[in-house]
Write a protein that binds this ligand. Structure first.
Ligand code: NCD
Length: 349
């Protein structure tokens, strides 16, 4: 267990309590201290709320440097002999693979764990899993179905913990890769009009993304969802507190023509109380080539994937479709985060 820092930020414990979870220290959600030479070294990545604009720009810079290294040499041995515990207690294709590939391209090794083969099946607690894995690894990436689980893991771990998705809570590394893509493809995030679409209630990617987007000047955020899948009020309040213009509507057409970035999401079937409730909500917004005809030529269409039916495959040929580029940016961003929390990013800056 690591000591509590005075620079911690208040993460709401309400979601933990709602889910009947014990509330533990939020020490891990420390604001990133940009006065340090290596600001993320030894820390955890748990919440979007830890970041300010300059710490996001810092990881962009590290990721861009690593991108060049991969393009030139296939990778760089910044984490030789370092081991990642890649603990995935929920299904994943992209996030698990991109952390795994990122660690390999940094010259490190990976111990993968998943929910089907781990002792979680036998009833082992997260605390015990973490306190075991830290003996084998230098950094731990965790995906888990419970909100607050990454903060719990960080509370018990001596090694840095990175949140790869905690239930319907947050997904900060996905938000960072999405922002990195927007930054690289558009030239800047400032002043963009962003439309988040679909299941904004249960979709953790859009929770983290909204909080980080609100740090950029001149941003306008449109939240488009059916009323029963609206963005949680606390996320909307956090964004508005930064002085950002937020429009909440169920009508995509009302905002599409002025949108610079359209972020589609999957209706999160696994988070609904009943299948019946899910059936009522699915298929609310399906993007087809016709949907995109009033949109800007310069639009960026993102989706964290997996997609079910939210974007029809005939949209894939549209140059505005960015969802097969996101995994590429994701690997560079995860390389940047792994190197940074281990304090090894220096040479590529
Ligand atoms: C997302 C997730 O797991 O939250 N996927 C991802 O990490 N790329 C989105 C989703 O599952 O719909």
């Amino acid at each position: 267990m690591r000591s509590v820092s005075s620079s911690r930020i208040a993460l709401s414990s309400a979601p933990l309590q709602r889910l009947g979870l014990r509330t533990v220290s939020t020490h891990s959600a420390q604001l990133i201290d940009m006065s340090k030479t290596r600001p993320l070294a030894g820390g955890d990545v748990i919440s979007a709320k830890q970041f300010d604009k300059s710490s996001i720009e810092y990881v962009f810079k590290v990721a861009a440097g690593l991108k060049k290294e991969v393009e030139r040499n296939g990778g760089v041995d910044l984490l030789k002999h370092r081991v990642l515990a890649n603990v995935f207690m929920e299904p994943s294709t992209r996030t698990a693979s991109s952390f795994h590939a990122a660690m390999l391209r940094l010259g490190g090794a990976v111990v993968p764990i998943n929910e089907l083969t781990s002792s979680a099946q036998k009833g082992e607690t997260l605390e015990d899993t973490v306190r075991t894995m830290e003996n084998y690894a230098d950094v731990l990436v965790l995906r888990h179905p419970k909100v607050g689980s990454a903060a719990t893991a960080a509370h018990y771990a001596r090694i840095p913990v990175i949140n790869a998705g905690d239930g319907q809570g947050e997904h900060p590394t996905q938000a960072l890769l999405d922002l990195f893509l927007i930054h690289q493809e558009r030239g800047s995030i400032d002043g963009a009009s962003i439309t988040l679409l679909g299941d904004l209630k249960y979709g953790r990617t859009v929770h983290s993304l909204s909080v980080m987007l609100a740090l950029f000047p001149g941003i306008k955020i449109n939240l488009v969802s059916p009323p029963n899948l609206a963005m949680p009020a606390e996320v909307v309040a956090e964004v508005k507190a930064k002085g950002i213009t937020v429009t909440e509507t169920a009508d995509l057409d009302a905002v599409l023509s002025t949108t610079d970035v359209l972020y589609q999401t999957r209706v999160q079937k696994e988070r609904f109380a009943s299948l019946e409730e899910y059936e009522k909500s699915k298929g609310a917004y399906i993007i087809t080539p016709a949907t995109l005809s009033p949109a800007k030529k310069s639009l960026l269409l993102l989706h964290p994937f997996p997609r079910v039916d939210e974007i029809t495959p005939d949209v894939d040929q549209d140059p505005r479709a960015m969802y097969f580029k996101q995994p590429q940016y994701g690997m560079y961003m995860r390389m940047a985060l792994l190197a940074s929390v281990l304090g090894k990013e220096g040479p590529v800056l």
